[in-house]
Write a protein that binds this ligand. Sequence first.
Ligand SMILES: O=c1nc[nH]c2c1ncn2[C@H]1C[C@H](O)[C@@H](COP(=O)(O)OP(=O)(O)OP(=O)(O)O)O1
Ligand SMILES: [Mg+2]
Length: 197
Amino acid sequence: MMPFKELVLASHNAGKLKELQAMLGDAVRVRSVGEFSDVEPEETGLSFIENAILKARNAARVSGLPALADDSGLAVDHLGGAPGIYSARYADGQGDAANNAKLLDVLKDVPDAERGAQFVCALALVRHAEDPLPIICEGLWHGRILHAPRGEQGFGYDPLFWVPERDRSSAELTPTDKNQLSHRARAMALLKARLGI
Ligand SMILES: O=c1nc[nH]c2c1ncn2[C@H]1C[C@H](O)[C@@H](COP(=O)(O)OP(=O)(O)OP(=O)(O)O)O1
Ligand SMILES: [Mg+2]
């Protein structure tokens, strides 16, 4: 049973918000933290989990509502898991296009066999800002980094992420398909099971 009627999504990323909303469906009334504050908390954690908790607590504090945060990123095998928790800041805050250009450049001489990568998602749900027992769910999505961008859907690193089970890039998947396969979808399935929704 859903323990509350309303939930704030602790993300300022439009792409993520859309996906999370679609996955939650009408199980709960969803607000976005942007309705309450434009200030993004600094992501000072050393793990996806710590950053997700920190963002969830911040959103619960500014909204007075239970909050769900997503901290996610791309971990590239050849780079020892980088950019990882620093994925959004990979090109020093210049945005998705610059992040993607930097990744392609760093991997330009790396052969296909060594281009394995996974998207990682940690979801954190807190009932209130000081919740001593956040619910944490994780999801991974294995793929490979392309040599050039493909596709227009999605956001972030999607155009560079090859999805072997579909023979397409993540940015070539329909939103419905991505929302059934992705790291975020896997974490959300666990969260829904945990909440009984
Ligand atoms: O499905 C995805 N498809 C493509 N790229 C993705 C995906 N999921 C995460 N990513 C990338 C985007 C960003 O470079 C980083 C997340 O960084 P992250 O700090 O969690 O999110 P964010 O700063 O964009 O928004 P916010 O912190 O307000 O939720 O990983
Ligand atoms: Mg962020």
